[in-house]
Design a protein around this ligand. Structure first.
Ligand code: SF4
Length: 267
């Protein structure tokens, strides 16, 4: 039996914003990659071949609604409807979904939950989106990321942009990574056939600054047997991985906080 609490599918690294402290390192990508519809559908088939149950099946970017073809993916997920509890979409509300994407999302009813990172005046589609969600009795969360730093969601952002081994002692990394929110939530991330144990592992690896060790991720398309993959996944959170040595999130509660979404010019 293999389960996870969170599974995040990343449709695109393209974003409408360029946040200086982006936790997913998006402004560092010269040519942000994007997954094709058939690649995401293949990943979804692979995931539900491996997992018996996923609590939250999430779509996370970049800004997912820059993709413009996600209706085909949201509809595809319905064939696995019995095997996940909630469909979650995360957006910065700078851009509305297409009519087809919106229609597909709304068809999920109370199974859908929309997580909106509210960047104040940057989130210019927020009011329109929220009005539609309320009218259709869809659950949503507004994470306030504007105004005084201490008033922001979780007291603001953590700076995780160094992108290098922080050279911390192994016992510190082991202790802190075990308490990391991504670990507690088993928040796996998948992009183009690569399944990582957390977002930082995926994005740093795609950026090429942290080459993961063997078994730090699973290649869904490498032809190895399902049970072998499941065994690697079962051990995902047993010990810290290479990306944990590059990561300030593990310091969680004690890490300094900064105002969210400060926009930077193109590098
Ligand atoms: S790299 Fe390690 S410490 Fe950082 S978010 Fe991922 S699991 Fe947590």
């Amino acid at each position: 039996m293999l389960k996870t609490k969170r599974m995040s599918i990343v449709p695109t690294f393209v974003c409408t914003l360029r946040c200086r402290l982006c936790s997913n390192h998006i402004p560092d990508f010269q040519n942000p990659p994007r997954a094709a519809v058939d690649e995401m559908q293949a990943d979804i088939d692979s995931l539900f071949a491996l997992f018996d149950h996923i609590e939250w099946l999430q779509f996370v970017g970049g800004e997912i609604f820059t993709h413009r073809q996600l209706d085909q993916v949201f509809e595809y997920c319905k064939r696995y409807d019995a095997y996940f509890d909630r469909l979650i979409v995360e957006t910065n509300a700078t851009v509305m979904p297409t009519d087809k994407e919106l229609s597909s999302l709304l068809s999920y009813g109370r199974k859908l939950k929309v997580m909106i990172s509210d960047y104040g005046e940057l989130s210019r589609a927020k009011e329109q989106f929220v009005e539609i969600l309320e009218r259709n009795d869809i659950e949503y969360v507004l994470k306030k990321y504007y105004g005084a730093t201490e008033s922001q969601h979780f007291g603001g952002w953590i700076d995780n942009t160094l992108c290098q081994d922080l050279l911390e002692p192994d016992d510190y990394v082991t202790k802190q990574a075990a308490q990391c929110a991504q670990v507690r939530l088993e928040n796996m991330h998948v992009f183009k056939g690569k399944l990582h144990r957390c977002s930082n592992s995926l994005f740093l690896s795609e950026l090429g600054v942290c080459v993961p060790n063997q078994n730090d991720y699973v290649d869904l398309n490498d032809g190895t047997d399902l049970e072998g993959k499941r065994e690697i996944i079962r051990r995902f959170y047993d010990y810290p991985r290479k990306s944990c040595h590059y990561c300030t999130w593990k310091s969680g509660d004690s890490a300094a906080r900064y105002g969210a979404a400060e926009q930077e010019k193109k590098r």
